[in-house]
Design a binder for this molecule. Structure first.
Ligand code: GAL
Length: 709
C-alpha cells in the first residue's frame, strides 16, 4: 500500500521549503538516542554499534557536548575521533544527527572572555564546571559558536551518514535570562528598535507609576532585583528580548550550517511544555523539522497525560507536520527529587503515545549510561546492568515494533478542539503581585487538557491570533494577556459559528501588561456577553458551591459543583446564566454562562473546577459544539494518524483492565494490526498496559495482505 503521503509544504522564513511528509528522508520511524562515545575508550564503540543494530537503532545524536574535544584551543580543531566515529556508524547503516556543541563552551572560552558569563537576576555570576551557555548577547560567544558550527558543517555537511543537524541543546535551559552588562547594552538596542522613541517606551511601560520615567536611553536597564516589584512591562519585554537573543544565536548557527550543508535539515531540541523561556510559535518557523525532548514528571502518577500534552503541543507548533522526539528516557531520570523507574511496558506506552501524536522519530537520552559526571544515575538504552536487563530487552522489543511502522511515517493527526496557548501570556501572568498566588496558567491548561484527554478528544494547541476556523471548539484556559487582535479573532470565530469556552482571569491585559479599558475581559464582551466587575478570589482552602439546574448529565436534574481559588463578580451583557454560586463571595451571581453571538456561542466559567468537576461543563459545551466523545474507557488513549490510503489507530491502554476499540463502519469493519500482523474484524482489544497500532484502509480492497493469524 502507498505510504507516500505528503503534507502541505510549510515555508520557512527564508522562503525555502521545509522537507515534507517524511521529515527524515525515505526511512521508517527513526530510533536511537544521544550517543556520547567520547566518554568511552574506542574499543567500546565497536560493541556499541553491534548492539545498536541488535536494538534496531538507526539514528544517533552525537557531538552535543564535545566542544572542548573538537576545539581544544581556540581555532585549533581535532576532528579525528569524530571522523572515525561517523565512518563507523555509516559502515553500520546508522545515520547521524550531528550536534553543534555550543550549549557548553569550553574552559578556554570563559578564561579568554570572562565577561561572557551569565549573571542572574540576583547578581550572581555563574561559574564554570557544569554546562550552560554564555550570555546569548555576547558577540564573542556568537562568533565562537558560529565558527565551530561552520567547521563542522564544512567537514561533515555532505557526509552520506548525515540525516539531521542538531544545533545547540535545549535553548533556554538551564539558564535563559542574563543580567550582565553585555545583556543590558543589548537590551537597550533591542528596546530602541522596538519603540524608536524613549517617550514610546515610557508610555508602553507606564513609567509615570512610582516615578520611573526615563529621560535618557542609558538609564534604561535590565529588570534585576530591586527594592520592590519591578515594572511588569519591563520584565515582559525582557522575557521577549531573551527569547529573541536565544533565537538569534540559533539563526546565526543555522545559517552558517545551511551555507555549507544546504540539503540536510536543521533542528534544535525544544522542551515543549514546562520550559517557559522560549516562544515555540516563533522558533518552530525557523527550524526545518521540529524536535522535542520530554521527560515524565515522576511525582505525577498520571504523567502520561502531561506527556500527551507535550506531544500535542509539539505537533501544534510544527503546524501539524510530523516531528522528532529527540529525547525521552527508558526509565528514571536523575534530576527530579524522586526518580521513579518506569515499570514494565511503560517505556513503550510513552513512545507509542508520542508516535500517535505525530512523532516520526523515537530517540532517548542516552544510548549508554555514563560512568562519570552528573548524569550517571540517569537511565539509558544500554543501562549499567548491560544487556541482561529488563530495560535492554524492552529497548530491543520497541525497536522491532517501531520497525514495523514504516508506512505510518509522514501521516498526520487531526483535531476538533484547540486549546489556546501563548507563551507571552504565560510570561506576563507569572510576574509578581497578581490577585491570587493560586492563579496558575499551567494548572488551568493542564486541567482542561486532562478533561479533554479523558474524554478521548485529540487537541491542538493554538495561538490566540491563529486561524481557528478548522476547530469545532476552542478552549481558553488561561488567556491573561490577550491582544486586541486576538480578542477580535476569537470574537470572529464565535460569530462564524464556533464554540468558545473561556476560563477566569482571561482577556485582562494588553501586550504591555496594561489593563484593557472597560472592565476585566472587555475585549471579549461581544463573544461572552459579559465583563467582570471585580475579582473575588478565595482564601486558601475556601470553596464555592455552584448550583446548575438541569446540569445532571444523566438527565435534566440539578447538579451541584464545587469550585475553589477564584470567583468573579460578573456583569451580564447578554449572556444567559447556566450555573449560579450558592455561596462564597459571589453568592447568587453567575458562575457559568453561555452567550449566543452570531452563529456561535461563548461560554465563561469563573471558578476553578478540577478535571473531574469539569466533566459536566465540557459535556454541555461539546453538545453545543456538535462533538460526540467516543465513550471509550477513560484510561484508554486512542489517537489516529491519517495517511493517503489509510488511517492508523494507535491505542495505548494505561488502565488495569483490557479495553476494546470498535472499528465502526470504517474500512468495512476490517483492519490490520501492524505490530502482530493479525487481521482485525469489527473491534480490537488492548491488553492492560498494552499498545496496538491498527491500520484501517480507506477502501478495504486497498488493504495490504496480512499474514494469517
Ligand atoms: C535533557 C538534556 C540532556 C540530558 C537529559 C537528562 O534536558 O538535553 O542532555 O541532560 O535532559 O534527562
Amino acid at each position: 500500500m502507498s505510504s507516500g503521503f505528503t503534507l502541505a509544504p510549510v515555508p520557512t522564513l527564508d522562503g525555502s521549503r521545509a522537507p515534507q511528509g517524511r521529515v527524515l528522508g525515505d526511512r521508517g520511524i527513526s530510533y536511537g538516542g544521544d550517543y556520547n562515545p567520547e566518554q568511552w575508550p574506542e574499543e567500546v564503540w565497536a560493541q556499541d554499534v553491534a548492539l545498536m543494530r541488535e536494538a534496531g537503532v538507526n539514528l544517533v545524536s552525537i557531538g552535543i557536548f564535545s566542544w572542548a574535544l573538537l576545539e581544544p584551543r581556540q581555532g585549533a580543531y581535532d576532528f579525528g575521533w569524530l571522523d572515525r566515529l561517523i565512518e563507523l556508524l555509516h559502515a553500520h547503516d546508522i545515520r547521524v544527527d550531528l550536534g553543534t556543541p555550543t550549549a557548553s563552551p569550553p574552559a578556554w572560552f570563559f578564561a579568554a572572555y570572562p565577561h561572557t558569563r551569565v549573571v542572574t537576576r540576583e547578581g550572581t555570576t555563574l561559574g564554570f564546571g557544569s554546562r550552560g551557555m554564555a550570555s546569548p548577547s555576547s558577540p564573542e560567544y556568537r562568533r565562537a559558536s558560529v565558527a565551530i558550527a561552520q567547521q563542522l558543517a564544512r567537514r561533515y555537511g555532505q557526509h552520506p551518514a548525515l540525516a539531521l543537524w542538531h544545533v545547540h541543546n535545549e535553548y533556554g535551559a538551564p539558564v535563559s535570562e542574563d543580567y550582565s552588562p553585555t545583556s543590558a547594552a543589548a537590551f537597550r538596542t533591542w528596546l530602541q528598535a522596538r519603540y524608536g522613541a524613549l517617550s514610546a517606551l515610557n508610555d508602553a511601560w507606564g513609567t509615570t507609576f512610582w516615578g520611573q520615567r526615563y529621560g535618557e536611553w542609558e538609564h534604561v536597564g535590565v529588570p534585576a532585583v530591586a527594592p520592590s516589584v519591578v515594572n511588569p512591562a519591563q520584565r515582559l519585554d525582557f522575557a521577549r528580548f531573551t527569547n529573541d537573543q536565544l533565537l538569534a544565536c540559533f539563526i546565526a548557527e543555522r545559517d552558517a550550517i545551511r551555507a555549507e550543508s544546504p540539503h540536510v535539515p536543521i533542528t534544535t531540541n525544544f522542551m515543549a511544555g514546562p520550559c517557559p523561556a522560549v516562544d515555540l510559535w516563533r522558533w518552530a518557523r525557523e527550524v526545518d523539522i521540529v524536535a522535542n525532548d520530554h521527560y515524565l514528571t515522576a511525582a505525577d502518577e498520571r504523567g502520561h497525560v502531561g506527556l500527551a500534552l507535550a506531544a500535542d503541543l509539539t505537533r501544534s507548533v510544527a503546524a501539524g507536520r510530523p516531528w522528532v522526539l529527540m529525547e525521552h528516557s527508558t526509565s528514571g531520570v536523575n534530576w527530579q527529587p524522586r526518580n521513579v523507574a518506569k515499570r514494565a511496558g511503560e517505556m513503550a506506552r510513552n513512545a507509542f503515545t508520542h508516535v500517535g501524536r505525530g512523532a516520526d522519530a523515537v530517540l532517548f537520552f542516552q544510548w549508554r549510561a555514563s560512568r562519570s559526571g552528573a548524569e550517571k544515575f540517569h537511565s539509558a538504552m544500554l543501562p549499567h546492568a548491560g544487556t541482561s536487563s529488563r530495560v535492554w530487552r524492552e529497548v530491543c522489543a520497541l525497536g522491532a515494533d517501531l520497525g514495523r511502522l514504516d508506512e505510518v511515517v509522514g501521516s498526520e493527526v487531526r483535531a476538533d478542539v484547540a486549546l489556546l496557548w501563548d507563551w507571552e501570556s504565560f510570561w506576563a501572568q507569572d510576574l509578581e503581585w497578581r490577585p491570587s498566588a493560586d492563579l496558575s496558567h499551567r494548572e488551568r491548561s493542564e486541567a482542561f487538557y486532562d478533561r479533554l484527554w479523558r474524554d478521548g478528544l485529540t487537541v491542538d494547541m493554538a495561538h490566540p491570533e491563529a486561524d481557528l476556523s478548522a476547530y469545532r471548539l476552542v478552549v481558553a484556559p488561561a488567556s491573561y494577556l490577550l491582544t486586541q487582535a486576538a480578542a477580535e479573532n476569537l470574537t470572529r470565530y464565535v460569530a462564524d459559528g464556533g464554540t468558545l469556552l473561556v476560563s477566569y482571569f482571561s482577556g485582562i491585559v494588553d501586550e504591555h501588561d496594561a489593563v484593557h479599558p472597560g472592565g476585566f475581559g472587555a475585549p471579549l464582551r461581544d463573544a461572552l456577553g459579559l465583563t467582570v466587575e471585580e475579582f473575588l478570589p478565595l482564601r486558601a482552602g475556601e470553596q464555592a458551591r455552584l448550583g446548575w439546574p438541569g446540569g445532571d448529565p444523566s438527565g435534566d436534574g440539578p447538579l451541584e459543583l464545587v469550585g475553589d481559588v477564584w470567583t468573579d463578580d460578573v456583569t451580564l451583557d447578554g449572556a444567559e446564566v447556566v450555573a449560579t454560586y450558592l455561596d462564597g463571595p459571589a453568592a447568587g451571581g453567575p458562575a457559568l454562562t453561555r452567550n449566543t453571538h452570531g452563529a456561535g456561542a461563548g461560554w465563561y466559567l469563573s471558578t476553578r473546577l478540577d478535571a473531574e468537576a469539569l466533566a459536566p461543563v465540557l459535556a454541555a459545551v461539546y453538545r453545543d459544539a456538535g462533538i460526540t466523545p467516543a465513550g471509550l474507557p477513560e484510561e484508554l488513549e486512542v489517537v489516529r494518524r491519517h495517511g493517503a490510503g489509510a488511517e492508523y489507530v494507535i491505542a495505548v491502554n494505561h488502565g488495569e483492565a483490557a479495553a476494546t476499540v470498535p472499528l465502526g463502519g470504517a474500512g468495512q469493519g476490517l483492519a490490520d494490526d501492524l505490530i502482530s500482523g493479525q487481521r482485525v474484524e469489527h473491534a480490537f482489544t488492548v491488553a492492560p498496559g498494552g499498545v496496538r497500532v491498527v491500520r484501517i484502509a480507506h477502501d478495504a480492497d486497498d488493504a495490504a495482505p496480512t499474514a494469517p493469524s
